[in-house]
Structures are given as C-alpha cells and as structure tokens.
Design a protein. Structure first.
Length: 340
C-alpha cells in the first residue's frame, strides 16, 4: 500500500517555514480510497495467498471430483491455494488421519475436510483448532463440536424424502431395504436414520435388515443380490450413495427386475443418470457437491481472516425423476459446468 501522508507533511512544514500559505490538501488517505468493485471482502491482501488443505473422505467417485471443482473455484475467487489430498477409499480412516496430521505439521492456513469416521477424526480436528488452524467440515462431519462450521446436505431429510418417494413408488405397502455405506460414518448413519424415519411413518411398509456397501460398487452389488435373495418379495431398495446406487442398479438389471424392484438412490453420477433414463433407477436424491466445496473454502478463508462463520450451512437437496429431468434448473444441477 502506498504511503502518501509523510511526503505531504514534509511539504506542509517546508511551506510554513518559508512563510507561504499552506496549500489545500486535496489528496485522500488510503482508507478514503474508493473500494475496487472487483474485489470481495473475503479476498486476502494483495499478493497474499492462503494455503488451504482440502481433504475429502475419498477420491474415487465423481461426487468428489465436483467437490474439488467447487473448492478450486472458491480458491481462485478468494485467494486460496488448494491442496487436494484424500484417501482413495472412504474406508481408509488411517490414511485420512495421516493426511490431517501432515496438514497440521505443515501449518496450513486452514483445513476443509469430510470425515471418513465421525469419532476417529474428531481428535485431529481438535488438534488442528488448538494449533490455530481453522477447520471447516463438509459433507461428513465429526462427533464433537470442535469444527467451526459444517457444510452439507441435510442428510436425514434427504434420505427421508427419498424413502418416502420409494414408498410411493411401491404403492405404499410392502418390504423395502436400505444399502447404507459405512457404519459410523456420519453421513451414512444420518441417511440410514432418514430411511428409518420414513418407514416408521408408514405402518404398511416393512424394512428388511440393512446391508452395507463399504463405499464400493462391487460390494453394493453383492449386498443388493443378497437382499433380493433373502427377501424374494422385496419391492424396493434405497441406496445411500453413488457406489451403492451403481452396484444395486447392476444387481437389479442382471436379475431382470428393472422396474419391478424400485430403486431410489443418493447422488447423480453419470452411471446413475443413465440408469434413471433406462428405468432401472426411479428417483435420485441429488446433492450440490460443487456448493459444498465452494462454501467450505470460502468459509475457511473468512475464518482465517478472523470473521465469524455460520455453524451450519445446508447446501440443499433435490429429488430428480424423469418427470422433472429436463427442467433447466435440474439440468444445471445434474451437469455442472466444471473447468478442467
């Protein structure tokens, strides 16, 4: 920042000593200068870039690629350098713990993370906060209140609405099953909770024993096969995430039960969208992963700057069927424009 006050003061003293009248000061101090309309309040000082570690709970599926795009968009807009590092598999808790520990050791400016395990990652979040590194959790939170903010879908509500749609599709009665992903992962637990709430609200519907996919499409396929084998009268399946949906759709299709065993699933990967078009999936519970990544980084930068951030940010959920598939807003949500 240029400092003009000192030269003006020297000039004024010299003129006074010379017996000349003091010139009128028409300059402005730096605080009076008009704000650059292209700059946001969240942007760092000129030339400064914040180091933001963004740690997803997995990197294998398209959902996380969209989260990354949102994080990078916010970093570009607000002056953050994004370090994107996560375990390949969502079950690799030890790897994620190591990544967080490394980020703390490097003294990054902030951490944005989706926890593989709500309890296992809680001590690491506290360690980061104790070290003066603000932590924003996205998608999957932790078991304690230590993170500054949680940016995510209302997973209970989304799962409840998706299951209610499934119940509608089966005519309001019969047996249905859920395929959550990882017991103990906050997001999975909340979606299972939403499923159970919907079933309890419909006494003519019975839930069979849930089977877990471990966040793996092949395991989800096996889970769906086992569920249909154990329950020949099964009328519907609720798959709680992308790999669960892909695996369940494959199992249903292979058994020739597309349309007979209804399938409602979270997320909107290309394979899921194609299964929706083909009639194997009847409805998708669509999140906004781009917004999760974007808001996570934006709030992290605000926290670095000492600003107060909202404790909870709901990124919304939309139920997509072939009835509303071609709506412009739905198309934009399903096919976000991502810079490569």
């Amino acid at each position: 920042m240029l400092r003009r006050a000192l030269p003006l003061l020297v000039l004024a003293v010299l003129l006074t000593l010379a017996g000349c009248p003091k010139p009128t000061d028409t300059t402005t101090t730096p605080t009076d200068l008009p704000k650059d309309p292209t700059k946001t309040e969240t942007a760092p000082p000129a030339g400064e870039v914040y180091d933001i570690a963004v740690v997803p709970k997995g990197t294998a599926y398209s959902f996380w690629k969209v989260v990354k795009a949102g994080a990078e968009a916010a970093g570009k807009e607000f002056g953050g350098k994004i370090e994107w590092t996560g375990p390949a598999e969502e079950t690799d808790v030890a790897r994620q713990v190591s990544i967080i520990e490394n980020a703390i050791s490097k003294k990054v400016d902030a951490i944005v993370m989706a926890a593989c395990d709500a309890k296992a990652l809680a001590p690491k979040v506290k360690a980061a906060m104790d070290a003066g590194i603000p932590v924003i959790t996205i998608d999957s939170g932790i078991a304690t209140d230590d993170a500054l903010s949680f940016v995510a879908t209302d997973n209970v509500k989304g799962a409840r609405e998706g299951t209610e749609k499934l119940i509608e599709l089966i005519g309001g009665k019969g047996r249905i099953g859920a395929i959550p992903f990882i017991k103990g992962a906050a997001t999975s637990d909340m979606r299972e909770e939403g499923f159970n709430e919907a079933v309890k609200g419909n006494p003519t519907v019975e839930a069979v024993e849930p089977l877990y996919s471990q966040g793996d499409a092949a395991k989800a396929m096996k889970a769906a096969e086992n569920m249909m084998t154990a329950n020949p009268d099964l009328k519907g399946i609720f798959a709680a995430n992308e790999p669960g949906a892909i695996g369940a759709a494959q199992a249903i299709k292979q058994r020739g039960k597309a349309g007979e065993v209804k399938l409602v699933a979270f997320d909107a990967a290309d394979a899921e969208i194609n299964a929706l078009k083909d009639g194997v999936i009847q409805a998708l519970v669509v999140q906004d992963p781009f917004k999760m990544g974007y808001e996570g980084v934006r709030l992290a930068i605000e926290a670095i700057q000492g600003k107060q951030v909202d404790k909870r940010v709901d990124t919304g959920v939309t139920l997509v069927t072939m009835d509303n598939f071609n709506d412009p807003a739905i198309q934009e949500l399903l096919f976000p424009q991502i810079e490569e």
